[in-house]
Design a protein around this ligand. Structure first.
Ligand code: CA
Length: 236
């Protein structure tokens, strides 16, 4: 049985393609290339890759449109490759349904870690493992979604309803960057004020209850200007 993960790389810059291909092949991933958006979409549909690495600046179309198009029919993990100057594009890409982004220039180990996380999350979401679906665990933190119980180091910690909603949404998407807008919409609904002050207030309270040192969090990380990312679920 062939269990090699297949990755589709949609990127027009040759040197980046070569760099990524070399990194992926050392880990035994199978890599296919598309040099523009149209070919990328065709290959995504025909090849059913396990993950897509997508450059946002493509010669023929906007990478965001590639994401919209794929999300109409597939939940395949999409990891966006963006330039440092594309802050707004990162948020748009995540809101369009990308799973994560990596900023150029990036190193091999960072790239591989992001890919592993995205593949793992997609296998959990598609898995029938009751344990993986009902429970989140990382370091000293355990969230039991069924019983609505959260413990840190064995002690039950109480959260308000809003805090619980924020925390469990991040936990269910552990490893993935969740934008401020996505989180606000999930917790307060689509007509909520997109001003994120109330979110920041709630996050400060969550961190005060969760983190040993809220100024140096180990469970929920801030992606400045973009959103939050919760540490990976270790319950696999
Ligand atoms: Ca490009």
């Amino acid at each position: 049985m062939n269990l090699r993960h297949e990755i589709l790389l949609i990127e027009d810059e040759k040197n980046i393609c070569n760099f990524i291909a070399t990194a992926l092949r050392t880990q035994d991933y199978k890599v296919n290339f598309a040099g523009n958006g149209a070919n990328g979409l065709a290959m995504a549909a025909s090849g059913c890759p396990d993950l897509i690495l997508l450059d946002l600046g493509l010669p023929d179309m906007d990478g965001i449109d590639v994401i919209h198009s794929i999300r109409k029919w597939s939940n395949i993990p999409i990891l966006v490759i963006s330039a440092r100057t594309q802050e707004k594009e990162k948020v748009d890409a995540l809101d369009a349904g990308a799973d994560d982004y990596i900023t150029k220039p990036f190193g091999t180990s960072e790239l591989l870690a992001r890919i592993r996380t995205a593949l793992r999350r997609s296998s959990i979401n598609g898995s029938t493992s009751v344990s993986a679906r009902n429970r989140y665990m990382a370091k000293e933190l355990v969230i039991d979604y069924e019983k609505h119980i959260i413990t840190v180091d064995g002690e039950i910690v109480h959260f308000t309803q809003i805090e619980y909603k924020i925390l469990t949404f991040l936990a269910r998407n552990a490893g993935k960057v969740i934008t401020y807008d996505t989180l606000i919409t999930h917790v307060w609904g689509p007509y909520a004020d997109s001003n994120n002050r109330i979110l920041r207030v709630n996050m400060a309270n969550i961190r005060r209850k969760l983190e040993q040192n809220p100024a140096d969090p180990q469970y929920i990380f801030t992606e400045i200007g973009i959103g939050y990312r919760m540490i990976d679920n270790e319950n696999l």
